[in-house]
Write a protein that binds this ligand. Structure first.
Ligand code: AVI
Length: 316
């Protein structure tokens, strides 16, 4: 089964077509990009603070600890191109150590997120040239004309690469290698394979925020596409599929039911699931292989002492 898991919103007609397509398959699914409406983005930010959700704080600690070494590897005067608008502490920790960065270029489909990001970064680094690009970074876009010609350093934190199917991840990274050119670099955060109990706890938090994040997708479909999902008729489930090496988020129908969408009726049997997200986890050798297959050379990688998360510095 091939799933489109790119993390971006689309116009309403596309949204309806994707929902109908996903919900009429034998294994129902909804692309995870639709999890991120305003409320979904807020819930995701709350997830990042949860005690069970180790990736954010572990990657931040790695970035803070190794930023001087990373900066040394990158060298002088790179353009830092962040895929996704990060106004977060990880980007700032990195920028604080980069030697004379040429420009910071955040790429995001949401102009709202970009303005927030530009404000946050510019207030801490008033001298830095910031050139935001409004674009779906998984699609076709080009780098802005840069005042200073400098090498491209792509930055893709958060293990968002885990939300791509493996073949899509390879194509995406290869496209970035081509865009970065001969002298390019990539700093990327990658979540690691580990005890399934840790993984399942991270996606089934006790406060129920991930469940709310997952169910919010049905609320969004009701609001934007005039559907009639009753949220209490579905429950959140996240399981680690060891064979596929991924956490799967599901919404399980708690009874036999029919859902009305414009022009369609969708039947659910009790216990039937909708897959709403895949989050692939990599072993070190697996990600090294993925990097190589997508025309990147591994220069260095760093892992936290508990072996939870990895940060990779790659060059073309
Ligand atoms: C954005 N992405 C890397 C998160 C993940 O862990 O796959 C999204 C998420 N889904 C549930 N919790 C967090």
């Amino acid at each position: 089964m091939s799933l489109d898991t790119t993390p971006f919103p689309s116009p309403a007609s596309r949204f309806l077509a994707d929902v109908v397509d996903g919900l009429t398959r034998s294994q129902k699914y909804l692309p995870c990009k639709y999890l991120y409406d305003d409320r979904g983005s807020q819930l995701f930010n709350a997830i990042c603070e949860l005690p069970e959700y180790y990736p954010t704080r572990t990657e931040l600690a790695l970035t803070e600890r190794f930023a001087p070494e990373i900066a040394q590897r990158i060298g002088e005067s790179a353009n830092l191109i962040e895929l996704g608008a990060g106004s977060g502490t990880k980007t700032r920790a990195l920028l604080a150590h980069l030697e004379d960065p040429a420009a910071y270029i955040p790429v995001d489909i949401s102009s709202h997120e970009l303005s927030r990001c530009v404000r946050a970064i510019s207030s801490q680094f008033p001298q830095l040239t910031v050139k935001p690009v409004v674009a779906d970074y998984t699609g076709d876009w080009s780098l802005p004309r840069l005042a200073r010609s400098a090498r491209s350093l792509f930055y893709f934190p958060g293990s968002t690469i885990g939300n791509f199917e493996p073949a899509a991840a390879r194509d995406f990274l290869a496209q970035k290698a081509a865009l970065a050119g001969n002298d390019g670099a990539l700093l990327i955060g990658v979540d690691l394979k580990k005890d399934p109990a840790i993984l399942e706890a991270a996606y089934n938090d006790r406060a129920g925020i991930t469940a709310e994040f997952n169910l919010n997708l049905l609320r969004r479909i009701n609001r934007e596409l005039n559907a009639d999902f009753a949220l209490h008729d579905f429950r959140h489930q996240a399981v680690y599929n060891a064979e596929e090496g991924r956490v799967e988020m599901h919404l399980i129908s708690v009874r036999d039911q029919q859902i009305a969408l414009p022009g369609h009726t969708i039947e659910f049997q009790k216990g039937e699931s909708i897959i709403t997200e895949h989050s692939y986890k990599y072993a070190i050798q697996e990600f090294a292989r993925l990097a190589e297959d997508s025309h990147w050379r591994t220069r260095s990688f760093w892992i936290d002492p508990d072996g939870l998360f990895s940060l990779w510095y790659l060059e073309t």
